[in-house]
Write a protein that binds this ligand. Structure first.
Ligand SMILES: [Zn+2]
Ligand SMILES: [Zn+2]
Length: 402
């Protein structure tokens, strides 16, 4: 489900162009530093027309209130005031860090990255396969026929696409998954930079020697030939069978967490935006509920059917938590207790109902709410165990000065 919302921009004025490496994510609401296209106020690209002049920067799309990160290590020189008229957006900062190249020498590249590089051309955010008729792509998904659970993560990749090394390391292989010589029975292992991973269903350029992060590693094999209609993907499996999701798709920003604020709960809704009102009701805490059901004792966090759900804080799982008790398609959920909180997340299918989970880790998947309430704004019902209001915990530092 595509959400329509007003987008705002960060005015990024590039002072230096001498950067060999990429900048980090600037805005918490979108990981790819996507540049504003054109709207009624103009276009966001470099040199786009501005009245009679040219736009001397690029506009990075960012939601109002989102957290902003430093794109590189440097020194904050001074306040920047682009308008000089004190309007509500007349603030900014100048950051300079010409030492970026020196830092590359001081810290080997692999230690500068807390997450892996894009693995497949055409999928810059390492998007993970959802569900199709063959199964689901997330870690821990059920596998039919006594095969147990999915021990890896499936990164979407079109047949024949170029594949890149997620980190620097030593290659070994071949790694075979099917052992039947089918068209996709090939792969390679990379070990280094503190990681060890198997990439399967690809044909690597070689099975030994060194490879650098982001370097050409091989080519996606023709998965459609073996599984017609599947979402073609690279099976990515940690050698120790731990969950690689957070390395592929960092949800938690790479610095200490703000106490009290929960992580993003649903993929595609980085700010935990709360459902407004639709014909079934409203999503805020205390909203009236029809049929004498009293008030809404939770908050509805917008989440598209089938989207990945993350743990808002670290804790211990218990469940299942059922809301409807009628076995409908969305009658599932889980409770998390820990970090000083206790919350129930309902209308999701969790990866498990017990054990511990870390903040930002994959917790499960949004259930098909449209099937039960056609036209509703699909959402996770988030309810504190003591029925208090969780809104302030969900709003991740919105309105706070950093
Ligand atoms: Zn897989
Ligand atoms: Zn609700």
């Amino acid at each position: 489900m595509k959400m329509h919302r007003v987008t705002a921009v960060i005015l990024a004025i590039a002072i230096s162009s001498a950067t060999a490496a990429q900048w980090a994510k600037i805005c918490s609401s979108q990981p790819a530093n996507k540049i504003r296209g054109c709207d009624s106020q103009g276009c966001g690209g470099y040199n786009d027309p501005r009245g009679g002049r040219k736009h001397r920067g690029v506009d990075v799309v960012c939601e109002d209130g989102a957290v902003v990160y430093a794109p590189f290590t440097g020194v904050i020189n001074k306040q920047a005031r682009p308008y000089g008229n004190g309007n509500a957006i007349d603030d900014g900062v100048q950051l300079s860090g010409s030492v970026f190249a020196n830092q590359l020498d001081a810290h080997p590249p692999q230690h500068q990255h807390r997450h892996w590089a894009p693995i497949c051309a055409g999928n810059p955010t390492n998007r993970i396969r959802g569900c199709d008729k063959y199964g689901c792509g997330q870690f821990g998904a059920d596998r039919h026929g006594s095969k147990g659970k999915h021990m890896g993560v499936d990164v979407i990749c079109a047949d024949g696409a170029t594949v890149y090394a997620p980190f620097s390391g030593q290659l070994s292989g071949p790694i075979r998954f099917f052992h039947n010589g089918n068209a996709i029975d090939d792969g390679v292992q990379i070990s280094g930079s503190g990681y060890c991973v198997k990439l399967v269903c690809i044909h690597p350029i070689r099975y030994h020697g060194q490879i650098q992060r982001g370097q050409l590693l091989g080519k996606m094999l023709p998965m459609q030939r073996v599984f017609p209609g599947i979402v073609s993907h690279i099976h990515v499996e940690n050698c120790d069978h731990s969950d690689p999701t957070h390395l592929l798709k960092p949800v938690v920003p790479p610095f200490p967490q703000q106490e009290g604020h929960w992580a993003t709960v649903c993929a595609g809704n980085p700010t935990n935006e709360i459902r407004g009102c639709d014909r079934y009701g409203c999503g805020y805490y205390g909203a009236p509920r029809r049929n004498g059901k009293g008030k809404h004792t939770g908050v509805d966090v917008i989440c598209a059917d089938g989207a990945t759900v993350y743990a808002p804080f670290s804790g211990t799982l218990s469940g299942p938590i059922k809301f409807f008790h009628n076995g409908n398609a969305i009658d599932d959920g889980v409770q998390i207790r820990g970090s000083g909180f206790c919350v129930k997340l309902v209308c999701i299918h969790p990866i498990r109902y017990s054990g511990t989970i870390s903040k930002g880790q994959v917790l499960g998947r949004m259930l098909p709410m449209q099937r039960v309430f056609p036209g509703i704004t699909s959402h996770i019902h988030v309810e504190n165990c003591d029925h208090s209001d969780p809104t302030s915990n969900l709003e991740r530092g919105k309105g706070q000065r950093v």
